[in-house]
Design a protein around this ligand. Structure first.
Ligand code: SF4
Ligand code: SF4
Length: 315
């Protein structure tokens, strides 16, 4: 069946099943480098193949390692001719990053498209006029509440936080797969079998939990439409008030660092360097402005940036 047929009505009623799809199912997945866009595409493509359907996929991921745009089109059905999805023809749009989701909204079917987005924001360097603490950005301003009128059916959740709570932030893409699975009619066991086939063996357990968490969230949101859009996202990324007594703690998880050098090259304050062992290290911690660029652009989630306010300032 097509996602168009399965789009959830806003009253939360269950979709009607259509076992004999006449039109290809069109799924678009968008995000930035390192978020797992291609993993979601592979899951969708393999699901289609296992149903004996024709599958076509196309993707752009040239800038993936620089935190650049990554998008993928997956189409499957009895007969699929083109590998790309035309504007206004996507049955589902899965966005791993909030602003990327907004940029591709025009691709959704206006009357029936399903929008699923992680509300976590990754502010690209070009959107930062100044990377100093407290500076504002040019990041997208729309909130979930503002776009709800532009889509037939939508879900916006903090999938990254859900994955983080489960123990591995890298499973956010699987949380979104769980959410999507509620809008399509393939049995959860089929989704899980495909996911387990595609992820490394050691991450199967966390991916299973992430999938189930995404499903549970979507099922709750179907019962209560008020839950569908994470209301914590504000009009702009919260401005970090400048504070003279604030400091930043940059930590590199050496076990996850693959030595790609991206954080070293992109840190605007030149705080980072590669060690002899080809692991990123914090060479000039005092120069850090807490811009989070290294944290957001590390493709392996190996860096975290913590803000500390000295006790004398909070007393
Ligand atoms: S921490 Fe390691 S993996 Fe991450 S961007 Fe820096 S060098 Fe690359
Ligand atoms: S170390 Fe990270 S948070 Fe600090 S200035 Fe460099 S890129 Fe920004």
């Amino acid at each position: 069946m097509t996602a168009a047929d399965t789009a959830l009505p806003l009253d939360g009623a269950a979709p009607a099943a259509d076992p004999n799809p006449a039109q290809p199912r069109n799924i678009m997945i968008v995000g930035v480098g390192g978020q797992g866009v291609l993993m979601i595409s592979k899951v969708m493509a393999l699901l289609g193949q296992r149903q004996g359907l024709q599958v076509k996929q196309s993707e752009v991921h040239g800038m993936a390692k620089r935190g650049g745009i990554v998008f993928s089109h997956v189409r499957f059905g009895k007969e699929v001719w083109s590998p790309t999805i035309a504007k206004g023809d996507a049955d589902a749009l899965i966005a791993l990053e909030w602003a990327e989701g907004l940029r591709w909204l025009d691709y959704l079917k206006p009357d029936s498209g399903v929008f699923i987005a992680d509300t976590r924001r990754i502010v690209p360097p070009f959107a930062c006029r100044s990377r100093k603490h407290g500076a504002t950005t040019n990041y997208a301003r729309e909130t979930p509440a503002e776009i709800v009128g532009r889509i037939a059916d939508g879900y916006a959740l903090d999938a990254t936080s859900i994955a983080e709570e489960l123990g591995d932030v890298r499973a956010a893409n699987t949380v979104l797969l769980g959410t999507l699975s509620v809008s399509l009619d393939d049995p959860p066991a089929e989704w899980l079998a495909v996911i387990e086939e595609l992820v490394p063996k050691r991450t199967r357990e966390i991916n299973r939990k992430a999938f189930e968490a995404g499903r549970a969230w979507a099922e709750a949101a179907r019962r209560d439409p008020e839950l569908r859009f994470d209301k914590s996202i504000t009009r702009r990324p919260a401005a970090r008030a400048p504070h003279p007594e604030v400091s930043f703690e940059v930590t590199v998880n050496a076990a996850w660092c693959k030595g790609c050098d991206i954080c070293v090259k992109l840190c605007p304050e030149r705080c980072l360097a590669m060690s002899r062992e080809q692991v990123a290290t914090v060479k000039h911690p005092d120069a850090c402005t807490g811009c989070h660029v290294c944290e957001w652009l590390c493709p392996d989630f190996a860096i975290s940036v913590k803000t500390n306010v000295r006790e004398s300032a909070t007393a």
